[in-house]
Design a protein around this ligand. Structure first.
Ligand SMILES: *Cc1c(COP(=O)(O)O)cnc(C)c1O
Length: 404
């Protein structure tokens, strides 16, 4: 508890100190890896290896981890979705793989429930369309019915994609088991985007043909995607490295880091990790508990991951500023405290405990109390703070290296 964070790396790199309580965010560098994972990436750097052989070892570990027949590592989960779709278009035909995205073939559509067409920093639909296939939306945003899905699985259907995410609509969607049943009835393979899920076996067990995970989210690996599933489709997805997959390639260091992260995940003391997370949540909850206009409660992860977050609900009239303004104020500190602000226009932000470094939890508690007490002094952003959060992802790109 007494260890204080080491900021020397940030200072040397001349980048801002920050504490991530928002979750595993690409824009913040994914997750922090365990020393064994860092060691595995660094050992690979100074050596040669046959990449196919290394990917075969990765496949063994993916099988052990997920129960799938086979798997491989690619650049990201987003790349994994693209390669999985491409596999369903071309099979093991190298000429067809080379013809993507120009010639997706006669089966050139991927059925996706409209409520699943979310973004994770980029639209999931684009990950499909990069192959040359098009998305066939199913149902309406808040309701997809069995007959609508079955209808979309016609002679043009190459695959059906199921997205598991806090970003998708959480009601009115076809349950996974039913989705698989309908797709398989029509002979259409099911791809699952489970990038951010702890459950590494359930989808394969329930009949998914290909499942995609991120190595750099809860698993704490280097930036990489894990594709797992039916051997024939995994092989066809891997084949795409001769075509559109080239720009999504992964190096030896990421393959080795991902292997190490998967092995560690299988040995991880998940109970101890949860206990540590719970301790941070309670510390923060207690810290803000008596502040006027602030109500904090633990909320479960919306997709059922074994993880809770602290939801800090703000009554702006009493607290003196709205949730978006507090989130921004925390982000302006040094070190910056980056909170989870996806739903901030609903009047709350959340604190995610899964990426804390030693000594950071008490710093977050102190910062929370300090900022939440200063509501009346915060810049009056009168509703604009929410819009800034909403548009912020793109704004940051447009502002990057902008001439002053
Ligand atoms: C994070 C995420 C992605 C993208 O994963 P990357 O590995 O960063 O490309 C895709 N889908 C979902 C549901 C995600 O949460």
């Amino acid at each position: 508890m007494t260890s204080s964070p080491d900021w020397s790396w940030h200072d040397e790199m001349q980048v801002g100190r920050l504490i991530n309580v928002s979750g595993t965010m690409t824009a913040l560098g994914g997750s922090i890896t365990a020393p064994d994972v860092a060691e595995a990436t660094s050992s690979a750097m100074s050596r040669f290896v046959r990449i196919h052989e290394l990917q075969a070892r990765a496949s063994d570990v993916i099988s052990e981890l997920t129960g799938a027949e086979a798997g491989f590592i690619t650049a990201s989960a987003s790349a994994g979705i693209t390669l999985a779709v491409a596999a369903c278009l071309t099979g093991l035909d190298p000429a067809r793989a080379e013809a993507l995205p120009r010639e997706p073939g006669a089966k050139d559509q991927v059925a996706v429930q409209l409520g699943h067409l979310c973004g994770y920093g980029a639209p999931v639909s684009l990950a499909v369309e990069l192959t040359g296939a098009s998305v066939r939306p199913v149902g309406q945003s808040t309701l997809a019915m069995d007959h609508q899905f079955a209808h979309a699985l016609d002679e043009r259907a190459a695959a059906a994609l199921y997205v598991v995410s806090h970003h998708v609509v959480h009601y009115g969607q076809i349950p996974f088991e039913r989705f698989v049943e309908i797709a398989h009835d029509k002979g259409v393979p099911v791809i699952v985007d489970a990038a951010s899920e702890y459950d590494l076996q359930g989808f394969v067990e329930a009949g998914a043909d290909l499942v995609i995970y991120s190595a750099h989210k809860f698993m704490g690996g280097p930036t990489a995607g894990i594709v797992a599933g039916r051997r024939d489709l995994v092989r066809a997805a891997y084949l795409q490295n001769i075509g559109i997959g080239r720009g999504m390639k992964v190096g030896k260091e990421s393959i080795c880091g991902a292997i190490a992260a998967m092995k560690l995940w299988m040995q991880r003391d998940h109970v101890a990790v949860r206990a540590r997370e719970s301790e941070a949540l309670e510390m923060w909850k207690k810290a803000v508990g008596t502040l006027p206009g602030v109500h904090a409660r633990r909320v479960p992860d919306p997709t059922g991951n074994p993880l809770e977050r602290l939801q800090v609900e703000i009554d702006a009239d009493v607290a003196g500023a709205d949730a978006a303004s507090f989130a921004r104020a925390l982000g302006r500190r040094n070190p910056a405290i980056i909170v989870r602000d996806h739903e901030v226009e609903l009047g709350y932000f959340q604190l995610d405990p899964c990426n804390l470094a030693p000594g950071q939890a008490p710093m977050v508690a102190d910062a929370l109390v300090e900022e939440l007490k200063r509501g009346a002094e915060l810049p009056d952003e009168a509703g604009s703070a929410g819009a800034a959060v909403r548009n912020g992802g793109v704004r940051a790109y447009l502002d990057w290296l902008k001439p002053q």
